[in-house]
Every structure is written in C-alpha cells, then in structure tokens.
Ligand binder design. Structure first.
Ligand code: IMP
Ligand code: MG
Length: 446
C-alpha cells in the first residue's frame, strides 16, 4: 500500500489531471486538499472531455472514493454545475465526500476579487476572478462561512446576515458597487446546501479510517509550487499551499502517512496571470508552444504564457516538495523544434544564481542561462516506451532528470490515457528525494 501526493512542480497546468487520473487506478481514495474553482483539470477518456474544477478526477472510477478536503474553498454553485455535468454523462457521484470544515465562496468573494484586481490596475495579480483570495482571507480573518455553517440554515442565516452587512460597507464605500441583499443570498445558499448536504462528512476522520484500513490514498494537489502562498512567486500566487506540505494540512492527516511525493512538470513552462517568468518566450517559438500545446486556461480561457523549461524552478520544486520522482508531460509539444533550450541557472546582477531567490524583486531581475539541446523533429505521440522515443528526446529527458536530481517515472505524450510511457513504477519505487541514481545520499556527491 502507498499514500501518494501528486503536486504541480511549476505554475500550475502541468497536466496533473491526466497523471492523477492514471494513478487513480490504483488508489482507493483520492483527496483534493486545497484550492477552489480557480483550478481546472481537463481529462479525456474515450473521446469524452471532462472539465473538473473541484471534484477529484478519481470520480471517473466507480470504486474510488473522492474527498474534497478541509483546505479547499468551495463555490457551491460551480460544484453543483460540475455534479450536473457528471450526472449527464452517467458518471455516478455517490462516492464523493465534502469536508465539513472547508470554506465556502460567497457572491461577495467573487465581487471583491474582481474589484480589488481592478483597483490594483497595473499591479494586478491576474487572478481567476473566482473569489479564491477573498475566501481564504476571510478564513484567516475568521469571518469565513464553512460547509458546516452552510448546511445548518439557522447558523447560515445568522452568520451571513452579519457578514453581508459588513461586506456591503466595503462594496459600497470602497468600490462603489451595489450592496447585496442578505435575504436573497441566504435563500440561494440554503437551496445549494440542501443539494450538497448528503455529501458532507468529517473528511479528516474519513481519510484516517481509510489509512487504518491500509487503503491507497492519492492526494491530488491543485495549482503548482510557484503559486504557493508561502513559497511561490509572492505576491503573484494563489492563496493556498499547493506544495506537498499543504496536502497534509488540507487533508487533516499527519506527514508520517505519506509514502511518496510525485511532481508533475511540463517539458516546457507555462504561466497564466501576472508575475515574473524568466524563461518566457515572446516570439514565434512561444506562439508555437501555445498553439501545439493548446495552452488556454481551463477555468478562464486565458492564453497561457509559454517558455523554455526552467531547471532552477524545477530544483526548487524538488526541494520544497521533497519530490521522489517526476512525471514529465506534453513532451510531444516539442516535436517540431530544431533545438530546445533548458534554463540551468539564472544570471542575477552579474552573478550566477543556482537557487530560486525568495526575494520577489531579485527574481524579477533574473535572466536565464541556457543550455541548448538538439530537437528530434519527429512525432512522438505514438511512442509507448523509452526505446520508441528518438535518441534526442531521450537525451532531453535524461538532461532534465540530471538537472533536477530526481528520476523521471512517467512521460506523457498527449491527452489520452494511452499516450503515456511508464518508465518506472511511480508509486512503489524507493524514496529517493535525497538520493542519487545509485541510491547514495546527494550530500556525498563531490
Ligand atoms: P487566484 O487563485 O484566482 O487568486 O489567482 C492567483 C494566481 O494563481 C493567478 O496568477 C492565477 O492565474 C493563478 N492560478 C490559480 N489557479 C490556477 C490553476 O489552477 N492553474 C494555473 N494558474 C492558476
Ligand atoms: Mg489547470
């Protein structure tokens, strides 16, 4: 048995949906620990496309239990739309469980998210506008509405009346927006609560019991390492903790139960929203990556910014998540390129910088130092083993693994389940975050 965390090693959109979908096959329980409807996973199964924001992709396996954990923020309206979409495609959601202590995104959160972005002007974060930041801010401010409050009409009414009157002051006085009518909102949300109530559980207990029964748990991170509130490119980050440690907090379980941490990274880099991005490509190659990779946000439809693979960020992701192995996705997007660059370090104020600088203004001044590798200029989408891949593609993967100092367990070459190379068992391999390819501690390396 193994309990595995899957996280994004870049700025989100690494293709975690497909990888968790693959790994869900051997999972009994899939947990989504953090984030809200800012996330978007596109999964293609037998030609059918599923777009999921909150519900773990494990829902597509009838036996798999799916838990929306306490570290998430839940927009009931969007969640119900998602449930409706699954039902219309005859996917059962009987195995879905929603944490009673997750926080609820309310209409004022969406309004405040959008209004504060507008107010920031040039300095905007480029949020998804889904109310994520304000929901988490209320959680910290201790004015949040939790799922337990939502499903208790009396509590909900009391709390919402107070909170909406408070938020109306901000909406009206600061942003010149129309106030919300507490009665209308309360009625709307009581309606949502009735539909969601059957799914609500004590999620920490549910997960703990599954662990005691030696079930396999898959923790499915949303967003990515560089969007982490504490360890990402602050302030251009989301408001939760997408790194591996966040999976424990957001699930209500201790780190001792985690056996493996798998990082998902694209063979290049993308980012949506504002903020520094050293390897960003502004010309023709960037356009080509965007078009070939269909790099448009699942949630907002925004065109993603594209650039070369950034090894500095990759190594940072290995460090802050304790990655045991990597899944490299979308390798096929590079098929047509005659040469491919990889950022191996940054130049910062005339010095070489090997490590991600936590200081935002320093990071903004970093320029990439590249190594250039030959492209393969052959289609890889039908390759099913490493041996099938052109030599240059294998060399590219080897370069990435050596740069990041972790093995690559999975290579993905397209959206469908079968466009995948399993290099080694991603779940049951040895814990190798701090070991080299011979199993020796990295610290012993010369
Ligand atoms: P928020 O999470 O909507 O507050 O947005 C904050 C930042 O995180 C923005 O740059 C968003 O584009 C980015 N972001 C949030 N969720 C995702 C995601 O699932 N994939 C990629 N970027 C995301
Ligand atoms: Mg996404």
């Amino acid at each position: 048995m193994a309990n595995v965390i899957v996280i994004g090693a870049q700025w989100g959109d690494e293709g975690k949906g497909k990888i968790t979908d693959l790994l869900s096959r051997s999972a009994d329980v899939v947990v989504r620990p953090q984030g809200g409807v800012n996330a978007g996973h596109t999964i293609v199964v037998q030609g059918q496309t599923f777009k999921l924001h909150l519900i773990p992709s494990g829902i597509l396996y009838p036996e798999t239990e799916c838990v929306i954990g306490s570290g998430t923020v839940i927009d009931p309206k969007v969640l119900l739309e998602e449930l409706g979409q699954l039902h219309s495609l005859n996917v059962s959601t009987d195995n879905l469980f929603i944490s009673q202590t997750a926080h609820v995104t309310m209409p004022y959160h969406r309004l405040l998210d959008q209004a504060s972005e507008q107010r920031r002007g040039e300095k905007k974060i480029g949020t998804t506008g889904r109310g994520i930041g304000p929901t988490y801010a209320d959680k910290s401010e201790r004015t949040g509405i939790r799922v337990v409050d939502l499903i208790n009409p009396k509590e909900l009414q009391e709390k919402l009346e107070w909170t909406i009157n408070y938020k109306n002051v901000i909406l009206e006085k600061l942003y010149n927006l129309a106030p919300l009518d507490p009665k209308v909102v309360i009625e709307e949300y009581i309606g949502y609560a009735e539909q969601l109530k059957p799914y609500v559980v004590d999620s920490s207990l549910k997960i703990y019991e599954a662990i005691k029964q030696k079930k396999n748990i898959l923790f499915e991170g949303a967003q990515g390492t560089l969007l982490d509130l504490d360890h990402g490119t602050y302030p251009y980050v989301t408001s939760s903790n997408p790194i591996a440690g966040g999976a424990c907090v957001g699930s209500g379980i201790g780190p001792t139960v985690v056996d493996r941490v798998i990082g998902v990274a694209k063979a290049y880099t993308t980012r949506v929203g504002e903020g520094p991005f050293p390897t960003e490509l502004h010309g023709e190659i960037g356009e080509q990556l965007c078009d070939r990779g269909a790099e448009f946000g699942t949630t907002t439809g925004r065109r993603r910014r594209c650039g070369w693979f950034d090894g500095v960020i990759g190594r940072y992701a290995v460090r802050v998540n304790g990655l045991d192995c990597l899944a490299i996705t979308k390798l096929d997007v590079l098929d047509e390129l005659s040469e491919i660059k990889i950022c191996v370090a940054y130049e910062l104020d005339g010095h070489t910088c090997d490590n991600f600088p936590g200081n935002a203004s320093e990071f903004a001044r970093c320029t990439p130092i590249y190594e250039t590798l030959p492209g393969w200029q052959k289609s890889t989408k039908d390759c099913r083993s490493l041996e099938d891949l052109p030599q240059e593609a294998r060399d590219y993967l080897k370069f990435l693994a050596e740069l990041m100092e972790v093995p690559i367990a999975i290579v993905s070459l397209g959206a469908s389940r079968d466009q995948t190379i399993i290099v080694e068992d991603p779940i049951h391999g040895p814990k190798r975050a701090l070991l080299d390819e011979n199993g020796d501690p990295l610290s012993n390396k010369q």
